[in-house]
Design a binder for this molecule. Structure first.
Ligand code: NDP
Length: 236
């Protein structure tokens, strides 16, 4: 199968590439600055042509257009919108609105921009899947003074951006249902990466193993859902 993924230079995106290659898939990997993505380059050297690395910044329309042009209408089975940033987790009085705009642009608009550019490729693919990496912190139901996840309140930009992404995914699930598009937002868990930090309880290997299982099992009948890496439903 052929996958396209954003944010493949490190963290969860890099681990997706590693596991997809190991199981024999082909990957079109986007990195903002490929020359700095050394681990990705080393995977490409061992992949026998099954990994192509592209310059891709999801906040830059020209970059997204160039990526889509390189793929020139060829089928993509699964698009994984993985690229994301945390932004500043300031208390309400210190919210930095420029930072908030950057986080919205990267986490909410970026995945819609990339999905829009690649939807012709995805609809030509055999499995027709678009997956977005979201977060449990986007759950409105869980964001209460007694939220079960222990992360309620704060992180305005991150929460708002991923909640907007979730709304975009749901809308695409409705609009492209007739055309057979299968889509979902996945919470990877709290994962040891630059974004998640060293004290996160879940390793990227485990998170990605779980998410690949969830992605493989998604069907049109259960498209449009908010799931975690173990396949459990997350409350909206
Ligand atoms: P990292 O910070 O480790 O990696 C983020 C990746 O996104 C990098 O490859 C980075 O590229 C890329 N990126 C950032 N901005 C852009 C952009 N404008 N265009 C293209 N690529 C970009 O984060 P994680 O691997 O932890 O996160 C991956 C996804 O999972 C994110 O969407 C995140 O929100 C989500 N997530 C992560 C959790 C965790 O605990 N780690 C928890 C919940 C959700 P570069 O190297 O160039 O900066």
């Amino acid at each position: 199968m052929r996958y396209a993924i954003s944010g493949a230079s490190r963290g969860i995106g890099l681990e997706f590439v590693r596991q997809l290659l190991a199981r024999g898939d082909t990957v079109e990997a986007g990195a903002r600055v490929p020359s700095e993505a050394r681990q990705l380059a080393s995977l490409a050297r061992e992949a026998g042509g099954r990994l192509r690395i592209h310059t891709l910044d999801v906040t830059d329309p020209n970059s997204v257009r160039a990526f889509a042009t390189t793929l020139s209408g060829s089928p993509i089975d699964v698009l994984i919108n993985n690229a994301g940033i945390g932004g500043k987790w300031n208390a309400f009085a210190e919210v930095d609105f420029e930072d908030m705009a950057r986080v919205m642009e990267t986490n909410a608009i970026g995945p819609m921009r990339l999905s829009s550019a690649l939807i012709p490729n995805v609809l030509k693919g055999g499995t027709r899947k678009i997956i977005h990496l979201t977060t449990r912190m986007a759950s409105l139901a869980d964001n209460t003074p007694v939220g079960v996840y222990g992360f309620a309140g704060g992180a305005y930009a991150y929460r708002m951006s991923k909640a907007a992404l979730n709304a975009g995914m749901r809308t695409m699930a409705v609009d492209f249902h007739e055309q057979g598009l299968i889509t979902a937002v996945l919470n990877p868990g709290w994962v040891q990466t630059d974004l998640g930090g060293k004290i996160a309880p879940t390793r990227a290997e485990e998170s990605v193993q779980g998410m690949l299982r969830v992605i493989d099992e998604l069907t049109l009948a259960n498209s449009g859902r908010f799931l975690d890496y173990q396949g459990k439903e997350v409350p909206w």
